[in-house]
Design a protein around this ligand. Sequence first.
Ligand code: PBG
Length: 329
Amino acid sequence: MTKYGTFPGARPRRLRTTPAMRRMVAEHRLHPADLILPAFVREGISEPVPISAMPGVVQHTRDTLRKAAVEAAEAGVSGIMLFGVPEEAKKDAAGTVGTDPDGILQVALRDVRAEVGDDLVVMSDLCLDEFTDHGHCGVLDGAGRVDNDATLERYAEMAQVQADAGAHVVAPSGMMDGQVGVIRDALDQTGHEDVSVLAYTAKYSSAFYGPFREAVGSSLQGDRKTYQQDPANLRESMRELALDLEEGADMVMVKPALPYLDVLAKVADAVDVPVAAYQISGELAMIEAAAEKGWIDRDKAILETLTGIKRAGADLILTYWATEVARGL
Ligand code: PBG
């Protein structure tokens, strides 16, 4: 046979011949412990409310949230990330219920900790958008702009009440400058030295958050482009990363996942802390919608995206499919 370069000596297909062979040479494997379940809990409901743009995902009651946490733990999922949805009438410009010890998120943190103890890492979204009537991640100044430094004061209070309520990890997602440092300080000054900060380090202003806005009943006025990053930028994420690490981030996150795998890969290469990626609401919606139309194989598509996110460098993946996928692994 004619030789072409190393062919026919080199035949990469030899390592793809059987399922056992492919399994043996797989470079990356998903494990239930890689997965973190984001979950919504809504105040004042007696039955879970389905989220139409997120098939299979619900706004939990306090009771069903507890059950979901237990199921996640039993499936081997390592963490749960809680988002609180207060009664509409309780939202105000300052997001007051976000720092009320009896606000829905704090109540849910206590519920889940009481249920799972330390068997699951209990995390809380640290952001104001679920609690403000204008839907922004911070408080506004006189001109209606998100006021960075005034917002930091609110975040410091949130960190304390969330840690008091039992969060093992707080996850600031508002993209305010200085948020990680201010939160670290607030935790240390209130006896919560052991509570970790998972920083949303590279968080892009994304069209794929759409379904989440329904999930938290957000009535966002305008957009988040003055605080979330422009999808065109990669280098900027490395700057955000350096700042977050200097401010004391214990873990860093890239969000969304699929359209930003290059960012994830670059961040993962650069750090010595755990790296998380968030497969967000719109990423779920795309796959569920295409599968519903019979256009793609849902289960295979889910595993392929999660494997891709892991291959790109994520140690941890937040996914609404966490429990289902963990059970199947
Ligand atoms: C902000 C926050 C958002 C998400 C997680 N935390 C919304 C936003 O930034 O607009 C989105 C998660 C998802 O889309 O699944 N609190």
